[in-house]
Design a protein around this ligand. Structure first.
Ligand SMILES: Cc1cc2nc3c(=O)[nH]c(=O)nc-3n(C[C@H](O)[C@H](O)[C@H](O)COP(=O)(O)O)c2cc1C
Length: 391
């Protein structure tokens, strides 16, 4: 039997195989952020399709954290009933479910939040001219509490764990990275100071959810921008989290200022330019060549980073990014480069791909990395589906 279909554990979660569905924004809730039947069906199809662990699209921890409409904000107890429906839909299939908690910081959406996005420091968001507002110490402390309150609600709803989103250039990553964190107080500067937000968030969640509830993290092994988080820095962050008791580490990379470096593949120019003003379209045009270069696809593009981190931690490591062929995934686990494999875009097209792989079907994954889903969903907030159209 392939090692991919052997059980594994993350914290106290027993997983039936080594496949994870990486967090994926759905934009399938109602306009007021309530769970819909369409949302539940996406989760159920994945569970039926054989994946051991599902991470739904990230849940915002407060109103200022939001970036996508028709998505979940876990900032009041009213969300618990909705989340219970989600957990109840997947558990009968022997599938676990973990909620990713996020604050988008400088990438929050003003149209949704009604106010200027906040960040560690006022660093211009590319492509564009906009600058976020630096957070006060009070705001930082309140936001950390918002993470732990959201985690508590998730646990109450019967989820199996939470994942702190510390990757992809969102708020926690913004604190970790010298590129976006220029603070001179105890929240910026040294490695220890830049990590304070993440460490305090972990501690605050742990206090709120108790000793046994798994807390995972998704982290950038590299930001892939000048002055951004480097692999060496990321290893230090992961070692600290490991000592604190993190249950699992999903290793990703890249921030949006650099384009599609997190989700490598094609750069669909029509969708990149759609609905942008004249100045932004011009800036995008100027960036397009470097965007294409940064997004050049190669199989398992963050696996070497996951393997490097794995050498330094006890916690299970989850590889993500361009995993597309069974042989590569099998080798990643068999040779100890990672403990789990996590996929996003392929599951949008084929929620049943784990069952297909278990049946030994030839070329079970047909995702072409065209990135039309990425732009349609993440940028234009269209509902989750595969938007590939063969030319
Ligand atoms: C439509 C879409 C939505 C995504 N939403 C999230 C998200 O909510 N949280 C997150 O950490 N990553 C998100 N990602 C990134 C994926 O989880 C994953 O890290 C990335 O797509 C690389 O994996 P893949 O090559 O298997 O697609 C999203 C990606 C896509 C394409």
């Amino acid at each position: 039997m392939s090692v991919l279909f052997t059980p594994g554990t993350i914290g106290n979660m027993e997983l039936k195989n080594r496949f994870v569905r990486s967090a994926t924004v759905e934009c399938l809730c109602s306009d007021d952020g309530r769970v819909t039947e369409a949302y539940l069906k996406v989760c159920e199809r994945l569970a039926k399709g054989g994946v051991a662990l599902i991470l739904p699209g990230s849940y915002s921890v407060n109103q200022l954290a939001r970036a996508h409409p028709r998505s979940i904000t876990a900032d009041t107890d009213e969300v618990i009933g909705d989340l219970r429906k989600v957990a109840d839909r997947v558990h009968p299939y022997g599938t676990k479910i973990v909620a990713q908690l996020n604050h988008r910081g400088r990438h929050a959406n003003r149209d949704l939040t009604g106010s200027r996005p906040v960040a560690p420091s006022p660093v211009r968001v590319k492509p564009g001219l906009f600058k976020p507002r630096p957070m006060t110490t009070d705001e930082i402390e309140r936001t950390i509490t918002d993470f732990s309150d959201a985690a508590y609600r998730v646990r109450e709803a019967g989820f199996d764990g939470v994942q702190i989103h510390a990757a992809h250039g969102y708020l926690i990553n913004q604190f970790l990275s010298s590129y976006t964190n220029r603070r001179k107080d105890e929240w910026g500067g040294s490695l220890e100071n830049r990590m304070r937000f993440l460490v305090e968030t972990y501690r605050s969640i742990r206090t709120r959810v108790g000793a046994d509830f798994p807390i995972l993290v998704k982290i950038n092994a590299e930001d892939c921008v000048e002055d951004g988080v480097t692999l060496d820095e990321s290893i230090s962050f992961c070692k600290t989290l490991d000592e604190l008791g993190i249950a699992g580490i999903e290793v990703s990379g890249g921030i949006a200022d650099k384009g599609l470096v997190t989700v490598r593949g094609d750069v669909p120019g029509d969708l990149v330019r759609r609905n942008r003003g004249f100045v932004q379209r011009l800036l995008v045009r100027l960036m397009e060549n470097s965007m294409r270069e940064a997004a050049r696809f190669e199989e398992a593009y963050f696996l070497p980073h996951a393997a490097a981190i794995k050498k330094h931690v006890k916690a299970p490591v989850i590889a993500v990014g361009g995993l597309r062929t069974p042989a590569v995934m099998e080798e990643a686990i068999r040779t100890g480069q990672a403990d789990f494999v996590s996929l996003c875009r392929p599951f949008i097209r084929q929620p049943n791909l784990v069952n297909r792989m278990e049946r030994g079907e030839a070329d079970p994954i047909s995702c072409t990395n065209c990135n039309r889903c990425t732009l349609e969903i993440v940028v234009h907030h269209s509902p989750l589906r595969c938007y590939y159209t063969p030319s």
